[in-house]
Design a protein around this ligand. Structure first.
Ligand SMILES: *[C@@H]1O[C@H](CO)[C@@H](O)[C@H](O)[C@H]1NC(C)=O
Ligand SMILES: *[C@@H]1O[C@H](CO)[C@@H](O)[C@H](O)[C@H]1NC(C)=O
Ligand SMILES: *[C@@H]1O[C@H](CO)[C@@H](O)[C@H](O)[C@H]1NC(C)=O
Length: 221
């Protein structure tokens, strides 16, 4: 069972890696961080016209839980990050697109998450698309509601999918077992039939032989 689990996970990982290399996909961020651990705040905005040259700068804003206003916490511009709020000093790392100004992944990584990091995050892409004769500016923003918990709890969906996996594995094995018993019984029945036929044939042969013998004896007399 553990092996099947691992296989399933590695398959999923391969898929994810494949996806992140092959094409841009707007995967939603996780929304639950564990206190004391690191957390990746995901933010992806795919460029609709992938063939058009583009460049983007990124800003992150944060509104602590229970507070009314967003504060500017982070800026990323031409490969250089700036932390704008002291609460996040030395605690944020860029996890987004690297080696390119054409940023489609603006994810950041928070070290040592505290309960004070709960709240709403908003990332902004300020993107400029460069067409042959003009430039087009767009602003895309995404919102992430982050909850910080003491210990990781598992989402209902992941529990359900794991249960479904085990149910289907057990179901398959039961089906195989039933199939095996069915086949075994069928083969055994066929074998018995064959044995019976063979025995009958032998009996007949013996009977006819003895009849011949008897006839021979009679003829001899
Ligand atoms: C994000 O950044 C952290 C800290 O630099 C690093 O440990 C982690 O592997 C990065 N994750 C990704 C997906 O780039
Ligand atoms: C996170 O916290 C641990 C323990 O408090 C500390 O040793 C470590 O340097 C911190 N990491 C960062 C990136 O602040
Ligand atoms: C969380 O915020 C409270 C109130 O602003 C502050 O007193 C406390 O030191 C903060 N905790 C951490 C771990 O930053």
């Amino acid at each position: 069972m553990a092996a099947a689990h691992l296989l399933f996970l590695s398959l999923l990982c391969t898929l994810c890696v494949y996806q992140s290399h092959a094409a841009c996909a707007e995967v939603d961020s996780d929304t639950e961080a564990v206190a004391g651990k690191g957390f990746k705040l995901g933010c992806i905005s795919c460029k609709m016209r992938s063939e058009v040259e583009g460049s983007a700068t990124v800003d992150w804003y944060f509104r602590p839980k229970g507070e009314p206003d967003f504060i500017h916490i982070y800026n990323y511009d031409e490969g250089s990050p700036t932390i704008k709020d002291e609460r996040f000093e030395d605690r944020v790392d860029w996890n987004g697109s690297k080696r390119s100004n054409d940023i489609q992944d603006a994810s950041i990584y928070l070290f040592n998450v505290t309960f004070n990091d709960s709240g709403t995050y908003r990332c902004y892409f300020n993107r400029i698309l460069t067409y042959p004769y003009y430039e087009y500016q767009t602003v895309v923003s995404k919102v992430i509601h982050l909850t910080v918990v003491a210990k990781a709890t598992r989402g209902m969906a992941s529990i359900v999918s794991e249960v479904m996996m085990y149910v289907s594995i057990i179901g398959l094995q039961l089906w195989l077992l039933i199939e095996m018993i069915y086949c075994y019984r069928k083969i055994a029945a066929a074998g018995e039939e064959a044995l019976r036929e063979a025995a009958n044939a032998e009996y007949l042969a013996i009977a006819s032989e003895s009849k011949d013998n008897c006839a021979g004896v009679q003829v001899g007399e």
